[in-house]
Design a protein around this ligand. Structure first.
Ligand code: 5AD
Ligand code: SF4
Length: 439
């Protein structure tokens, strides 16, 4: 299968989460291994792959408007257009009916087959959405990383939790765990290629179980931390339901594990959590947040919130606000509920009016902005270790990076420290970032 794409240029566009960003690196890696080169824009490509997210209605709308643009582009200068990822997995060949200008559809577990799929697509519409990825093959040599210093490493895929609102069990299937030796081999290869940070990925990483040895997530963390060269270890996403003491213990024992955790809450009301099928109550989440803060001093927490889930009352919503005030997250991602196909909640009336959802989202974000201003202000005067990610979006000789707590830090630098650790003395802060000067 090598070289069948020689001379062709590929452009990959990614929507969605870090898992999708990493999958896009696999897509590019597999195509480059088959001889293709990379294009910087769809205009210059012979093959365009759109890696999609199905998690919210809005994600899908963004995709369709992007596909619309590609369709006009394709009329001017033909290329093969593929849809990959979560929308591909859910919609399968229905996508050809809705968007007849699409040439191939490929689900998240089938990227190793892309050269053959593309070859077939040149003749007729081609679709592959089988379950079960071959983890052994998805290693360093089939991954074209976006950068060398921070490596995404998938450790599991899928979800067995069936939260009432969530399409993921249908777009990513049931939980599948990557064998431990295979994970460690990729971490070693990434470290050898200069990775200072690794981010372990999965929809529910804390349920990890090595299929060979039965080792759990805490054991995996120990093994990853033992790889020389890696200085920071992060992981995403965790489920509050099964975030055990042993994981907090592993974090406390390994200073390489960043004192930062993304722990999706969804709602601060036990009544709503139960209807969402989340498997924990408000009090359980508060107790876990307290255990994390006492066991890992200085840890910064972030979360996901859905407002306007069916049946959410004003009182339920206020419970979410009060939980935010109590836990004081460093960052939140908040969304209006939208019904998703195949999910349990799609069968119950979406009864919170759009206006109310909008109002609640604004109120929640206003409250969180105040909390973040305070959290960020507490870092003024501190010297933070920052992994520089490149020039700041605002330009002007400024650079940006992330501190251990995952805060965005902007700073001036006469030389380009991209991909390296620097120390920054924090002199100012806003709701979404810190700024400072290089020491
Ligand atoms: N509506 C709104 N937000 C959703 N999320 C997942 N499903 C939905 C939905 N149907 C949010 C959750 C999840 C994040 C990735 O997206 O907060 O944690
Ligand atoms: Fe979107 Fe979920 Fe798929 Fe990630 S796994 S791309 S968040 S639907």
């Amino acid at each position: 299968m090598t070289d069948i794409l020689t001379g062709l240029k590929v452009f990959v566009r990614t929507f969605g989460c870090q898992m999708n960003e990493n999958d896009s690196e696999h897509i590019a890696g597999v195509l480059v291994r088959a001889g293709a080169g990379k294009a910087d824009r769809p205009e210059d490509a012979d093959i365009v792959v759109v890696n999609t997210c199905a998690v919210r209605e809005k994600s899908e709308e963004k995709l369709y408007s992007y596909l619309g643009r590609l369709s006009s582009l394709k009329k001017k200068k033909p290329f093969l257009l593929g849809v990959a990822g979560c929308v591909a997995q859910v919609q399968k060949s229905d996508l050809f009916k809705k968007r007849p200008f699409v040439d191939f559809v490929v689900g998240p577990d089938n990227y190793l087959e892309l050269p053959a799929i593309i070859k077939n697509a040149a003749e007729a519409p081609s679709v592959l959405t089988d379950w079960g990825r071959d983890w052994r093959e998805l290693g360093a040599d089939s991954t074209a990383r976006e950068n060398a210093w921070s490596a995404f490493i998938p450790v599991m895929e899928g979800c067995d939790n069936f939260c009432a609102y969530c399409i993921v069990p249908f777009s990513r299937g049931r939980e599948k765990f990557r064998p431990l030796p295979n994970i460690i081999a990729e971490v070693r290869a990434a470290a050898g290629a200069g990775a200072l940070e690794v981010q372990l990925l999965g929809q529910n990483v804390n349920s990890y179980l090595d299929p060979g040895s039965g080792l759990g997530f805490a054991g995996l963390l120990d093994r990853v931390c033992a790889v020389p060269g890696v200085e920071w270890v992060r992981f995403i996403a965790s489920h509050p339901k099964n975030f055990g003491h042993e994981i907090i213990g592993a974090m406390a024992a390994n200073p390489k594990i960043c004192r930062q955790l993304h722990l999706p809450l969804q709602s601060g009301s036990s009544r709503v959590l139960e209807r969402m099928n989340r498997g924990y109550k408000r009090e359980d989440y508060l107790a876990l947040a307290a255990r994390l803060k006492s066991g890992l001093p200085g840890i910064l927490l972030s979360t996901d919130i859905i407002v306007g889930f069916p049946g959410e009352s004003q009182e339920d919503f206020e419970e979410t606000c009060s939980l935010l005030s109590e836990v004081r997250f460093a960052n939140i991602f908040s969304f209006r509920y939208s019904p998703r196909p195949l999910t349990a909640a799609a069968r119950i009336p979406d009864d919170v009016p759009l206006e109310v959802k909008r109002r609640r989202l604004v109120a929640l974000q206003d409250l969180q902005k105040k909390i973040q201003l305070e959290v960020n202000r507490s870092f003024i005067g501190a010297d933070l270790r920052v992994l520089c990610t490149g020039p700041s979006v605002k330009g002007g000789g400024r650079y940006a990076g992330r501190a251990e707590g995952n805060q965005v830090v902007n700073f001036d630098s006469a030389t380009d420290p991209t991909g390296r650790f620097v120390t920054v003395r924090i002199t100012g802060s806003g709701p979404y970032s810190l700024r400072g000067s290089l020491l």
